[in-house]
Design a protein around this ligand. Structure first.
Ligand SMILES: Cc1cc2nc3c(=O)[nH]c(=O)nc-3n(C[C@H](O)[C@H](O)[C@H](O)COP(=O)(O)OP(=O)(O)OC[C@H]3O[C@@H](n4cnc5c(N)ncnc54)[C@H](O)[C@@H]3O)c2cc1C
Ligand code: FES
Ligand code: FES
Length: 475
């Protein structure tokens, strides 16, 4: 039996835990405010808020309900538009801003925008001023076919200008009891029991696009909210990240910000706010897409992964094993892991002084698109610049440790082994970059497909590799 709170109603259901939250709210609870557009996470018409109890407080994040299994709703507060509508028939400040700025025409997309913006308001700390860009970014996963967006952007800016405010104006009174009610649900009894035959699901953002019907009728093993798989820690030697950490968890992590000064700029290129709120690292690795952004990112950190034994052949002797992420990929979608082995941790060595990292991605659209080609590089160099700030020129800079990875240029997300080895100990010069680029061209094997021809991808990786050095050293 799955237990959660839907708006103001306690739910206990024995529907398949793989059924999407979208289908449950529309067809089992007759809440038709949440719309069905693409069923692929692209349009945002189905956006709901998911409240999770953390340290006695409820944290709300927007998610696309078309990709979210009921299993991930267990123990949570699920909020649809019906759950934020004021009972007296008035409008919330978010709804009012949409009306005042003419942000709605046919109305099909409007609920999704309102839910995303409400999630943004709920997630804004009371003392942080908010920029228009942040408010507009919160609707990066919502598509409108009528308005042309400018009116919706004005509404978002207006909401941003009003923040931070007393959040009670944005939500009905019953929200004040939700933390207590979620505590009452407990965690153990609200999760389905594990069995041997279930597929693993993280956020569901790949699985539900690829096999919606099969997943909906199943009872998958949910990992997104598994406490063992979520922390982001600074250990003595490593940065250690739980396999179920989401892209948003990385974005909000002080540990990650301390290492990656351009974290926000880079991760904004990955999917959209509601998808980042669901998309896990392990899901990205195991999906094994040759263009997986987080996979390329962590390949370039020379990361290793810890695999927990699965449930299908449990044995007391079963121990977690650790492999290098680059060794996970054997061929197109072929992995060096058992189907039921769980990626519990991802680790990379703590950066030494002189560490730099860059990520580049080219796609047909800047945002909410998968890459044609992506690439990441991590390196350390000497002599380190004062304060770690890139100099105007890289003259005299010698690379000591380098790892380069690229996506969209091979059947697997590719660690560029020979290129990385070549660069170690080399001074950064035009000649070094040109020579490394020739090695890259020999290491890759792109194919022509809908995202571009082989020649185009070869050109892209050449340019993007060059861009790493422009970004990092201005050269
Ligand atoms: C609209 C949209 C936009 C997207 N944009 C991007 C993008 O810009 N860049 C990008 O890289 N990807 C993108 N994706 C793909 C997807 O969001 C990512 O690959 C995501 O990281 C997958 O994680 P998940 O938790 O949702 O995986 P799921 O769908 O839950 O699972 C994917 C696979 O991983 C397995 N799995 C999940 N967790 C574990 C675990 N802990 N251990 C072992 N196996 C596990 C599952 O069994 C399944 O085989 C997009 C997807 C959508 C729908
Ligand atoms: S229906 Fe389009 S994102 Fe869910
Ligand atoms: S108002 Fe019609 S799709 Fe947005």
């Amino acid at each position: 039996m799955l237990r959660f709170i839907l708006n103001n109603e306690g739910i206990a259901t024995d529907q398949p835990s793989g059924m999407t939250v979208l289908d449950f709210v529309r067809y089992h609870k007759n809440l038709k405010g949440t719309k069905i557009g693409c069923r692929e996470g692209d349009c945002g018409a189905c956006t709901v808020l998911v409240g999770e109890l953390i340290d006695g407080m409820v944290r709300y994040r927007s998610m696309t309900s078309c990709l979210m299994p009921l299993a991930n709703a267990a123990g949570k507060h699920i909020v649809t538009i019906e759950g934020i509508n004021p009972t007296d028939g008035s409008l919330t400040p978010v709804q009012q801003a949409m009306v005042d700025e003419s942000g709605t025409q046919c109305g099909f997309c409007t609920v999704g925008f309102v839910m995303s913006l409400t999630g943004f308001c709920l997630g804004t700390p009371t003392r942080s001023p908010v920029s228009s860009d942040q408010a507009i970014s919160s609707i990066d996963g919502n598509i409108c076919r009528c308005t042309g967006y400018k009116s919706i952007e004005r509404a978002a800016c207006r909401i941003g200008e009003q923040l931070p405010v007393n959040i009670a104006q944005y939500i009905p009174e019953y929200f004040s009891d939700i933390a207590l009610r979620l505590q009452g649900l407990g965690s153990d009894d609200s999760r389905p029991e594990t069995s041997n035959l279930r597929s693993l699901v993280g956020g569901g953002t790949d699985l539900y696009v690829q096999r919606h019907d099969q997943m909906s009728a199943s009872d998958p093993t949910p990992l997104l909210y598994d406490d063992r798989l979520r922390s982001i820690r600074n250990t003595d030697e490593h940065i250690e990240i739980g396999g179920s950490a989401t892209v948003t968890d990385l974005l909000e992590s002080p540990v990650m910000h301390a290492i990656f000064p351009h974290l926000y700029k880079h991760l904004k290129l990955v999917s959209s706010t509601p998808i980042r709120n669901m998309a896990t690292l392990a899901g990205n690795f195991v999906n094994a897409s040759p263009i997986g952004d987080m996979t390329v990112w962590f390949l370039a950190l020379d990361a290793e992964i810890e695999l927990m034994p699965g449930t299908q052949a449990p044995s007391p002797a079963s121990q977690p094993r650790t492999i290098n992420l680059k060794d996970l990929y054997l061929g197109y979608k072929q992995l060096a892991k058992q189907p039921d082995e769980i990626i519990s941790k991802v680790r990379f060595k703590k950066p030494a002084s002189g560490f730099k990292f860059n990520f580049e991605k080219v796609c047909k659209r800047t945002y909410l698109d998968i890459a044609t080609v992506n690439t990441a590089i991590s390196l350390t160099y000497s002599p380190p610049y004062e304060g770690g700030v890139a100099a105007a020129s890289a003259d005299g800079v010698v690379l000591s440790y380098v790892h380069v990875a690229a996506g969209g240029v091979a059947p697997i997300p590719l660690y560029l082994k020979r290129t990385s080895e070549f660069l170690r100990g080399k001074e950064i010069t035009e000649e070094t970059i040109a020579a490394a680029n020739e090695i890259i061209q020999a290491e890759i094997s792109p194919i022509s497909d809908v995202r571009g021809t082989e020649q185009y991808k070869r050109l892209l990786i050449r340019q993007l590799f060059r861009a790493h050095f422009v970004e990092l050293f201005g050269t």
